[in-house]
Design a protein around this ligand. Structure first.
Ligand code: HEC
Length: 147
């Protein structure tokens, strides 16, 4: 019995990971440690050490650009499914939203962070949301994952 269970477990280990590359992992402590470090290095300068964003983040500045929005419950990061957040971070707002020549202060991380690092930092952000907001974000993700 014990041997059968062990065999089943090791078979599980070899099962390929079929999760989409962009799927966030807010319940994986190792991912969160990495994500926090990446957030502090690459994102906190604009999005704030407490994920609070920049002041008046809904108002475009003189050059027409938006300030960095909060990533906490007061922002709209949680309105987006994992795939959209991943694409915004990797390819930039313009490409992700299909807005050609969109002028934004948000950098493109395609050649800066690996896919796993992008998932880690976004997972860290998600892990900071209160339970109710996380649940709403899970709902937003449902239709995308059902396909
Ligand atoms: C130089 C400042 C700056 C840095 C650094 C920065 N961002 Fe941003 N970010 C912005 C701005 C400004 C926006 C708003 C984009 C717009 O609509 O013009 C934004 C928007 C976003 C959005 C979309 C939020 C939403 O609700 O639509 C995500 C996701 C995001 N950033 C993630 C990140 C991550 C992850 C990092 C670090 C790896 C990061 N950003 C680093 C300035 C920055």
């Amino acid at each position: 019995m014990a041997i059968a269970a062990a065999a089943a477990l090791s078979a599980c280990d070899r099962t390929p990971d079929l999760r989409p590359v962009y799927q966030l992992r807010p319940d994986d402590p190792t991912v969160l440690v990495q994500g926090k470090r990446i957030y502090e290095t690459h994102c906190a300068g604009c999005h704030g050490a407490q994920l609070q964003g920049q002041p008046n983040w809904r108002v475009r500045d003189a050059s027409g650009r938006l300030p960095a929005p909060p990533h906490d419950a007061t922002g709209h990061t949680w309105h987006h499914p994992d795939e959209v957040l991943f694409n915004i971070t990797k390819f930039g707002v313009g490409k992700a939203a299909n807005l050609k020549d969109y002028d934004t202060a948000m950098p493109v991380y395609e050649n800066v962070l690996t896919d796993a690092e992008i998932v880690a930092v976004l997972s860290f952000i998600k892990a900071n949301w209160p339970a109710g907001i996380r649940k709403k974000n899970d709902e937003v993700n449902k239709p995308a994952r059902a396909q």
